[in-house]
Ligand binder design. Structure first.
Ligand SMILES: [Zn+2]
Length: 76
């Protein structure tokens, strides 16, 4: 019914992927970041596992959160 808001569409972080993001991967590289710092990648359903594994293998992955929940947290 209503038009999409002006808010930019959040797109998957996987290379070459233009799909809408539905998950947030929160990660931290202990060599670069302080422990409480969180970098985030966005992932579509298809790439959630691929990106999670990429970060997990390096020991960077902290959590995977649905995008809606992540946004709710930031607002709260
Ligand atoms: Zn993707």
């Amino acid at each position: 019914m209503s038009n999409e808001p002006a808010e930019a569409q959040l797109v998957c972080s996987a290379k070459g992927c233009r799909a809408a993001a539905v998950h947030v991967l929160a990660w931290n590289n202990p060599k670069l970041h302080t422990p409480e710092r969180r970098k985030t990648w966005l992932a579509c359903d298809e790439h959630r596992e691929y990106l999670s594994r990429f970060l997990g293998l390096r020991g960077f992955l902290k959590e995977v959160v649905p995008l809606d929940e992540w946004r709710a947290r930031e607002e709260g």
